[in-house]
Design a protein. Structure first.
Length: 316
């Protein structure tokens, strides 16, 4: 067949078979790009988390976080409270009022961040309930009955796990799961040390590694969800109200938005069927993390490498 004839035949094949496939793929890709990735922001350890750099107060930290939420139009951001901080750090009094004045809700993280896996259920219940008057006062009749387990410990035995869920149900709580985290807490102490030493280069390195870890974590959780369900679940991001978090928050939120994230409330995120176990009191095999969901299906869990060892060495 002459060259021109072969070209004409290829053109007919392209027009009939290949071009429609390419168009369909392009359309699907555009649809995926247009679909926002829903994420609920949640912050643990209010009103005080980790070390402070010189000249920075807890009120400063809260103010910077709240300003970043406002500028990024995040909507309501739950702050999970350990009331003991107001006794240990009187200067932190005022943070919860500031959080509420900005329109963000508060919820229970137990009074003293008590680990359910290393304490009796009775001790843990006492610590849970001790936090409630503080939440009642600040939330003034609004819904604060969400519980974030300290250390994400849900009980070291199946029996204790179920007993804790029944206890929470009796107190009217729902559980706030975590489906995305990059260990943001690990940057706050190195930041305080580096600021105390005036090491600007080290602080810049911390900022770069923090944002990289956040992006890697976003990609990681999305890949797990895609493997499991072929879609993005609405993610619940665990953060901490630390000084370094406050410093980097505007850039962090912009990074998420640049990658298609739409911020939603915790209530909206947890309406997804993935979180159904957070509302059950009986024993259930339904996993509450993406990693455990992979394990339940017999699938390998990829590793997410985070620079914790490097952070611990900085500015010593």
């Amino acid at each position: 067949m002459p060259i021109e004839g072969r070209r004409s035949a290829r053109a007919r094949v392209w027009a009939r078979w290949i071009a429609p496939v390419v168009a369909a793929v392009a359309t699907m890709g555009a649809a995926q790009a247009a679909t926002p990735v829903k994420m609920a922001l949640t912050f643990d350890d209010l009103p005080a988390h980790s070390a402070l750099p010189p000249g920075v107060s807890r009120i400063d930290v809260a103010g910077r976080l709240l300003a970043a939420f406002h500028d990024a139009r995040t909507g309501p951001v739950y702050g999970f409270v350990n009331g003991v901080h107001e006794e240990r750090e009187p200067d932190s009094v005022g943070v919860l009022s500031l959080w509420r004045a900005a329109g963000h809700p508060l919820a229970n993280h137990t009074w003293s961040h008590l680990d359910l896996n290393t304490h009796s259920l009775a001790e843990w219940e006492t610590d849970l309930v001790r936090n409630e008057p503080l939440l009642e006062r600040h939330m003034a009749g609004q819904d604060w009955r969400w519980l974030r387990y300290p250390f994400l410990s849900e009980g070291e035995t199946p029996e204790k796990h179920v007993a804790a869920r029944k206890l929470l149900k009796a107190h009217g709580y729902r559980i706030a799961s975590v489906t995305m985290s990059f260990g943001d807490y690990a940057w706050n102490e190195p930041y305080a040390r580096c600021m105390a030493k005036g090491d600007a280069a080290a602080v810049a390195s911390l900022e770069a590694s923090y944002l990289k870890a956040a992006k890697d974590s976003l990609d990681y959780s999305r890949s797990l969800s895609a493997t499991l369900y072929g879609r993005d679940i609405p993610y619940v991001l665990l953060m901490h109200a630390g000084a370094f978090d406050a410093r980097v928050m505007p850039r962090l939120l912009k990074m998420y938005q640049d990658n298609g994230v739409k911020f939603v409330s915790l209530e909206e995120a947890e309406r997804d069927r993935f979180y159904a176990a957070d509302f059950k009191t009986k024993a259930t095999e339904a996993p509450t993390t993406l990693e455990n969901a992979l394990k339940a299906k017999g699938l390998p869990v990829p590793r997410l490498d985070l620079p914790f060892a490097d952070l611990d060495k900085m500015c010593r």
